[in-house]
Design a protein around this ligand. Structure first.
Ligand SMILES: C[S@@+](CC[C@H](N)C(=O)[O-])C[C@H]1O[C@@H](n2cnc3c(N)ncnc32)[C@H](O)[C@@H]1O
Length: 450
């Protein structure tokens, strides 16, 4: 056999799938299956097994495209996009949300329950079945597949899909119109989302008047925390606090407090303050576990106004700056300044776009997709390491950029800066500023302080 890229990929898939499969067998875990009842909690795999699984996924993605060929991969675009249409249908009519695992129903019954035409229902569901959502064990009978059952039983996953199909999907069809009408815009009100949803004010303002939309969005953000790639345990790595009082951590735009709650369990000596819109913090406060009532508090705060919590040790932002263009992100950072004591950390947990060619096409596709989804949403963006450094400098040279680190297995990067006094910032002859580097822990730095 002559070795080619296709045969290399096939061997990579075989060896890495075998490694993953052997681990499952040795540990009495079920084999990969789209038919078996899925486990309640996602599987936490050791790093090497997780890497083997990822390599097999990446290689099978590339091999698939390679075998389809240049015309095939273009022709596949339309059929591939129908999965989102099926999810939209299932989510809109909550199809199967009351159907248990192993229970049977019929197209006719689903149509009746959803007040739909039976033929329409059959056609939509038979399409969904080709995407492994539901099965038809005998003619006209419908049962859950593992994927449709997950969607039905997990309200946070359902919220994530709700945001995808109800908020983010229609703007994708408007992005070409938006970039032609408003080239290079940094304005949220000129975005594809604003066009698609006919906005007359900022999206978060619109949602504030709609409790269902707010709940769906904050539940979707909570869903992220169940993904092992977004675990917050690495966020405070390398931080040392020396003051006599318990260190204070302000979680700005912290939604219902999922990150602060996880961190409060890991760092019981710290005080966490979660800030968000009044409706969102009310939801968070309602659900706060009793044993965390001393360590975690909620506060309504609009980050377009000056930060009211003075002299905290950490000001934290997770998935906030990717919602805003540089023009607005600089405003958010500047609103911190009156509150900052010397040495205060600004910690950001967000995507950092890697340099071209460093990660597989499969991973890059995911990151570039997020970047353009944020463009669609508010003319915002995901940033590269240099963009993060430049953002702090633009906000104020007294923010000493400490760098970006990528914790192993994490999808989010940790981006850090420290507030310094003016004298600490040495202006270089070329006009750039520099400061001394702080300790960032042991993880791989993408870009250190400049
Ligand atoms: C993408 S979510 C991130 C939520 C949270 N940090 C997380 O990672 O789960 C953006 C958050 O910003 C909040 N937000 C939007 N505008 C805000 C404002 N002006 N002031 C405070 N929070 C705001 C939203 O309510 C939402 O919870």
């Amino acid at each position: 056999m002559t070795l080619t890229r296709a045969t290399d990929l096939a061997s990579l898939i075989a060896s890495n799938t075998a490694k993953y499969n052997d681990y499952l067998l040795k540990n009495d875990l079920p084999p990969p299956s789209l038919d078996l009842l899925p486990p309640e909690a996602p599987l936490r795999l050791p790093d090497d097994i997780s890497t083997a699984r990822e390599l097999a996924i990446e290689a099978s993605h590339e091999l698939h495209e390679l075998l389809c060929g240049p015309i095939g991969l273009i022709m596949n675009a339309a059929p591939r996009s129908t999965r989102i249409m099926s999810l939209h249908f299932v989510h809109t009519y909550k199809v199967g949300y009351n159907l248990g695992w192993g229970e049977k129903t019929t197209f006719a019954q689903i149509a009746k329950d959803c007040n739909l035409d039976e033929e329409d229902t059959r056609r939509m569901l038979r399409l969904a079945m080709t995407d492994y959502l539901f099965t038809e064990p005998e003619n006209g009978v419908v049962m859950h597949s593992a994927a449709s059952y997950e969607l039905a039983r997990n309200p946070l996953l359902s919220a994530w899909i709700g945001v995808t199909v109800q908020e983010n999907w229609s703007p994708m069809l408007k992005i070409s119109e938006a970039i032609s009408k408003y080239p290079g815009s940094e304005e949220p009100m000129e975005s594809a989302y604003a066009i698609a949803h006919n906005l007359s004010e900022m999206p978060f303002k619109v949602w504030e008047r709609d409790p269902k939309r707010i709940k769906q969005f904050s539940d979707a953000m909570a869903f992220l925390h169940s993904d092992s790639g977004f675990q917050p345990s690495h966020i405070l790595l390398g931080c040392q606090f020396s003051g006599p009082d318990p260190p204070t951590f302000v979680d700005i735009g912290g939604s219902q407090g999922h990150v602060s709650i996880s961190l409060a369990r890991l760092h019981p000596n710290m005080k966490f303050i979660v800030q968000d819109t009044p409706q969102t913090v009310a939801l968070g406060a309602e659900q706060l576990p009793e044993d965390l009532k001393d360590g975690v508090t909620f506060m309504a705060h609009d980050f377009w106004n000056e930060q009211p919590v003075k002299d905290a040790d950490v000001y934290f932002f997770r998935c906030i700056f990717h919602d805003w263009s540089d023009k607005y992100s600089v405003r958010i950072l500047r609103n911190l300044i009156p509150a900052l004591k010397k040495g205060a950390r600004v910690i950001i947990s967000d995507v950092c776009i890697p340099p071209k060619g460093v990660v597989s096409m499969y991973k890059e596709h995911w990151i570039r997709g997020l970047d353009v989804v944020m463009k669609c949403f508010t003319n915002a963006k995901e940033r590269e390491a240099g963009d993060w450094a430049a953002l702090f400098t633009k906000a104020d040279p007294r923010f000493k950029f400490l760098g970006v680190r990528m914790p192993p297995g994490s999808k989010d990067a940790v981006i850090e800066a420290e507030w310094t006094s003016a004298e600490d910032v040495k202006v270089q002859p070329n006009g750039s500023e520099s400061g001394t580097n702080g300790s960032l822990g042991s993880e791989a730095p993408i870009l250190n302080g400049m």
